[in-house]
Design a protein around this ligand. Structure first.
Ligand code: GLY
Length: 374
């Protein structure tokens, strides 16, 4: 039997919304505290569910955690569609990684070797095969990898579905910013206090300002994206996500319904700056046009910047900070991917159960080792 607790979820991005929905589903009483839910990094995101193509040597814990969460995504999306009564926007066409010049091809070959050494199967493709799969890919692209298991989701359809499911399940929204979180209470910017049995700190890049144990371990990592749509007569966007190594830089192109396409993303350590820069837009367009030349004919819909919540080792901070305060933050480039396993783990922790094996490495207090805490 579930012991029903009063749970205050601080943060209404993809993680906070997923936790709030999972918690009401499990029978808890939930308040969801955010002055502007679904408006931060989760709103700007490309929406890749891509643990393999985001893999990086030395970050095998991140790959293991991401793979475990990706395995949960189809069930998560089905349950969400049923509870929300709307499509959460999962896309299952898969992912290609492509290379433009000879240095990019060498880097792609290294990535393929690294993934093979971990037992991850990818399929190497030449230029003709690539264009057979995705006719919009340009002739300057010479080689690629197919990673059919890396998926994508329309982040904005997902956020709408999560909000609908959380609120219809009984989560009570409080549209005021939190200023601090401690055991039993969340202080708000309007001077009031929300009492709770457990607070779940899921405030993304702002988490470090809300609890002293996170002050040195969560930092904003800026990313800029461009949203566009193929106009009538233009070659449609690829049906798969295309990630490219383009003359030494990385760019990704994530398709959306109705001929939409999201280009991303720059990555800077620039504090809490969310202005879109000319240089960021120029680089994204330059690199993406090398890969899919037809985007020159597309309509630009939006340029936006978001702040990823970076952690010292790129693993999230997921677990107890102190009795009564759970951290679910620091997801860096992988918040949307990691939403299912994060929500499941928060429920496990609330119920006193063990978390999945891959989550143990994300203990939030490990970060004190990196940050010089005691
Ligand atoms: N997940 C990709 C990014 O953060 O840009």
């Amino acid at each position: 039997m579930v012991v029903s607790m009063r749970v205050a979820v601080v943060g209404g991005g993809v993680i906070g919304l997923s936790v709030a929905w999972a918690a009401v589903r499990a029978g808890h009483r939930v308040v969801l505290i955010d002055a502007a839910p679904a408006s931060g990094a989760s709103w700007v995101a490309g929406g890749m569910l891509a643990p393999v193509t985001e893999a990086w040597p030395g970050e095998e814990h991140v790959l293991a955690l991401g793979s475990a969460s990706l395995a949960r995504w189809p069930g998560f999306a089905d349950r969400l569609a049923a509870d929300a009564g709307r499509d959460p926007g999962l896309r299952t066409e898969g992912t290609l990684v492509v290379a433009v010049d000879s240095a990019d091809r060498a880097e792609l070959a290294q990535l393929a070797d690294y993934l093979a050494s971990l037992g991850r199967q990818t399929h190497r493709l030449g230029s003709r095969e690539l264009r057979g799969l995705e006719p919009s890919i340009g002739t300057s692209v010479r080689s690629g990898l197919s990673v059919p298991g890396d998926l994508a989701v329309d982040n904005r359809m997902l956020l709408a579905a999560l909000r609908a499911a959380a609120v219809s399940g009984g989560a009570e929204p409080i549209a005021v910013a939190a200023t601090s979180v401690r055991a039993g209470a969340v202080e708000l910017a309007n001077g009031s206090t929300v009492g709770c049995d457990v607070a779940v700190l899921a405030a993304g890049a702002w988490s470090g300002g809300l609890h002293p144990a996170l002050a040195a371990s969560v930092r904003p990592v800026k990313g800029e994206v461009i949203r566009m749509r193929a106009r009538a007569g233009a070659l449609p966007p690829p049906s798969r996500t295309v990630r490219a190594l383009a003359q030494g830089r990385q760019v990704y192109l994530v398709p959306r319904n109705d001929n939409g396409l999201v280009l991303g993303a720059t990555q800077y350590e620039a504090g809490f700056d969310t202005e879109v820069t000319v240089g960021g837009v120029r680089d994204l367009l330059h690199d993406a046009e090398l890969v899919v030349p037809g985007i020159a004919e597309y309509a630009v819909l939006e340029c936006a910047a978001g702040l990823r919540p970076g952690s010292p080792d790129n693993l999230p901070l997921l677990g107890w900070l102190e009795p009564g305060v759970l951290a679910a933050t620091g997801h860096h480039r992988n918040g949307i991917l990691l939403a299912p396993i994060t929500a499941e783990s928060v429920l496990d922790l609330l119920a006193g159960r063990d978390v999945p094996a891959e989550v143990r490495a994300a203990d939030p207090l490990r970060a004190t080792a990196y940050c010089g805490g005691s």
